[in-house]
Design a protein around this ligand. Structure first.
Ligand SMILES: N[C@@H](CCC[C@H](N)C(=O)O)C(=O)O
Length: 316
């Protein structure tokens, strides 16, 4: 019987294959990422490599890992180029545990900022940059405070639940007194949104463990707990406070796709007359959401917020 040998490690304790890797570290409202430029698709990152880089004790530390690669070098990117020849760059996104996710809303803003800072793309005010993701094409524009992303259309994951105005999904988490109903929404990646009445209840919810969700979306879910403000609407903008447990990560300080899903669910619960603009306060800052008609005839969600780079480095 042969015993599998552990991945070769360098003196730093990181996988030897990562030695010399140039990276940047960035975040959007506290949701942080390790970013790597691999324009020609020459590098492979195994789940263990990503998890080692994202480890907050023995690695660089981040919620997620983002590889900037030209779309032509990935099968998913090549498929997207057929209908969107402008999507030169593809965001290859992984969660901190090494798993792949379809989409990351904070990540795509930080990704574009990284492309611009690296001189790999340009984006003048008023222009739009098309980005390929596993969740489809996203277009990004500049705003005074950062970037706005057309995240594409939203969908209910269990449309029959929503049509019946019934929330047949049951969510539980440590710290909640009783299980709560949830609504599952796809933003390309899966989310389940739960409304709580009080900020004190939100603070008491323990998100160190993944909440249980029944029925769960097929490939697992990110779970958002939201407290709608009272009154809900200020100057025409709906107001929410949110905490999130991300699939493949744990509790994070922000989740862009989660903020979109939270606005979708709360607007649905609020019913006729609910606003099309929302402000979502997360532990790491504030995100803006707008619902807009898309060129495809469907309703799209626009996410806006800041994106910053904080460091560059080389893996030892
Ligand atoms: N933080 C991201 C979402 C990242 C992916 C998520 N954990 C998943 O597995 O779907 C965001 O800002 O949207």
């Amino acid at each position: 019987m042969s015993i599998p040998s552990p991945a070769a490690l360098s003196a730093s304790g990181l996988p030897l294959a990562l030695t010399g890797l140039s990276f940047a570290k960035g975040h959007g409202t506290g949701n942080d990422f390790v970013l790597v430029a691999d324009p020609d698709g020459l590098s492979e990152f195994a789940p263990g490599d990503v998890a080692a880089l994202c480890d907050r004790h023995s690695g660089i530390g981040a919620d997620g890992f983002i590889r900037a690669v030209r779309s032509e070098h990935l099968p998913e990117g090549q498929a997207l180029l057929q209908t969107n020849p402008d999507a030169e760059w593809f965001m290859d996104y992984r969660n901190g545990d090494g798993s792949v996710s379809e989409m990351c809303g904070n990540g795509v803003r930080v990704f574009v900022h990284f492309l611009l800072e690296e001189g790999l793309a340009s984006l003048a005010p008023g222009e739009a940059l098309a980005i390929g993701t596993r969740g489809g094409l996203k277009t990004v524009t500049r705003t005074p405070d950062g970037y706005a992303v057309d995240m594409g259309p939203w969908e209910f994951i269990f449309p029959d639940h929503a049509a019946a105005k019934a929330m047949d999904t049951v969510v539980n988490a440590d710290g909640l007194e009783v299980p709560r109903p949830g609504l599952s929404v796809s933003m390309g990646n899966p989310h389940t949104v739960v409304a709580l009445a009080e900020l004190s209840e939100l603070a008491a919810t323990d998100l160190t463990k993944a909440p249980s969700v029944e029925p769960a979306p097929e490939n697992g879910t990110n779970v958002e707990f939201v407290v709608p403000a009272e009154p809900l609407v200020l100057d025409g903008v709906g107001q929410l406070t949110m905490r999130v447990h991300e699939r493949g990560v744990g509790e994070t300080r922000s989740c862009g796709t989660g903020a979109c899903a939270a606005a979708v669910a709360t607007r649905f619960w609020a019913g006729t007359g609910a606003p099309d603009a929302w402000s979502v306060a997360v532990p790491g800052g504030v995100l803006g959401i707008r619902f807009l008609p898309g060129a495809d005839g469907r309703e799209h969600v626009e996410l806006s917020g800041p994106a910053v780079l904080v460091a560059r480095g080389t893996v030892l």
